[in-house]
Design a protein around this ligand. Structure first.
Ligand code: EPU
Length: 417
């Protein structure tokens, strides 16, 4: 199993190119199931989760090409299977994104239920209830949800809590349903808007994406299209924290600062210099890093996917910061590893109290999920001596060539196989 070895103490400097957003590319790939025509995607990050989605689609009979240069072609002319098997779903929960498109176009789907994961229980009840409200018959059997419907019918669906992939699944299903669907309390993440843009290019009739109410007028069929995936705001945010925590100066290119408002505002509050242009942001870390509280929230709030990285930054703060996680119930595993590196953190329910000013020392640490691994790399960048981050496969799920990009900024980091 691969590990990352890094030696802290270098101020990062230079320029880094941001890849396409994993969490926008995954639903875009699933959306190819909605048409028999080819869907061409650009700016698809060449990361493990994308390759897992490719395997899933290929096993269903989709012709799929995913290239390291970010271009992809997906053609779901006919399918040989309508199933997302346990073996794939257990490695990537986002496999559930095929459920909506399959029921929408083919009237049938069988998908393994994802079960719990390292960051929380993460049920998919709202995906299933939404399809039922649209007329699908859904049964849970042998760990799978089996859904069938002659043709879905538009419905008014109110989400109890904001769900990103739930909104995406139902948006895709509703695109081919009969009549109008209203999604209320919908997610408004930039990834939702990107999916809506893609679906509109395929001929779907969608309004209100980016707000809490999305209206979808179903059409009889959808066409192929070409679409460029938005930049990854979480990858960009991670490099912004890398610059801040090392008191370096980094130009983050090919990103979308408008999607990062909550992240950039918070960095400014803690004393980081932020200079944003249309598709680039310059970050200059400064002393002192001020300790400031944060609470994670659905977009446009501060993203849960940046909580671990921000926590790493707060270990270097000048006071005490309370970090409250409201999306997932168990997303502080990284804090326990940072404590082993010398951080002063107390977990109280859904909050972590981080006392800044810790001198971190390198240690052998274990990553529990994607963003936790990124935060341990960030902690390692300021730690004294050598840090080894184990279970790098988590990092590889969502960060494209991370050690190469960090080396480009001067970090002393390598992968050990
Ligand atoms: N929830 C339910 N029932 C449902 C669906 C969700 O109770 O049917 C709850 C979840 O348990 C959670 C909350 O609602 O407490 C929000 O979860 P959401 O459904 O929004 O999460 P997701 O769609 O499974 C996506 C991203 C995650 C990101 C979250 C929150 C993708 C592929 N994944 O997950 O990304 O953390 O939204 O923004 O888009 C990551 O990239 O590291 C990652 C975990």
């Amino acid at each position: 199993m691969d590990r990352i070895r890094l030696t802290g103490g270098v101020k990062l400097r230079g320029r880094v190119q941001i890849s396409g957003a994993k969490n926008a590319a995954l639903p875009a790939m699933a959306a190819s199931l909605l048409t028999s025509q080819p869907v061409f995607l650009d700016n698809v990050p060449y990361v493990r989760d994308i390759l897992t989605m490719k395997t899933l689609l290929t096993e269903m009979g989709v012709e799929a090409e995913v290239r390291p240069d970010g271009t992809s072609m997906l053609r779901a002319a006919t399918l040989s299977s309508f199933e997302a098997p346990y073996e794939l779903v257990k490695t990537m929960r986002a496999s559930i994104l095929v459920l909506g498109p399959l029921v929408g176009r083919f009237g049938r789907a069988r998908a393994s239920l994802p079960g719990g994961c390292a960051i929380g229980s993460r049920p998919v009840n709202m995906h299933i209830e939404g399809l039922e409200q649209m007329g699908a018959k859904c049964e849970i059997r042998h760990g799978y949800v089996e859904a069938s419907a002659p043709r879905l019918k538009g419905a008014r669906i109110l989400f109890d809590t904001v769900t990103v992939t739930g909104t995406e699944n139902l948006m895709m299903a509703a695109s081919l349903a009969e009549g109008e669907t209203l999604l209320d309390n919908a997610a408004c993440e930039p990834e939702i808007v990107d999916l809506a843009d893609l679906l509109r290019d395929m001929g779907a009739r969608i309004e209100g994406d980016g707000t809490r109410t999305i209206r979808i007028h179903g059409v009889a069929e959808l066409d192929g299209c070409a679409h460029r995936v938005i930049p990854d705001r979480i990858e960009a945010g991670t490099y912004a924290v890398a610059a801040a925590i090392t008191r370096g100066a980094v130009q983050i290119e090919n990103c979308c600062p408008a999607h990062m408002a909550a992240i950039l505002t918070q960095l400014e509050r803690v004393g980081v210099e932020v200079e944003a242009e249309a598709d680039c942001v310059r970050i200059r870390g400064r002393d002192p890093i001020r300790s400031r509280d944060i609470t994670t929230n659905p977009y446009p709030g501060f993203p849960t996917d940046m909580q671990a990285q921000y926590l790493a930054l707060m270990t270097q703060g000048d006071g005490v910061a309370a970090i409250t996680e409201t999306i997932f119930e168990n997303r502080f595993m990284h804090a326990l590893e940072m404590i082993r590196m010398g951080a002063d953190i107390t977990i109280e329910g859904s909050s972590a109290l981080v006392r800044g000013g810790s001198l971190l020392t390198g240690a052998h640490v274990l990553a529990s999920d994607l963003r936790a691994s990124a935060s341990l790399v960030l902690a390692g960048l300021v730690a004294q001596g050598e840090t080894i981050v184990d279970r790098v496969y988590h990092l590889d799920r969502g960060y494209c060539r991370i050690e190469e990009k960090l080396v480009g900024l001067g970090a002393r980091i390598e992968r050990i196989r």
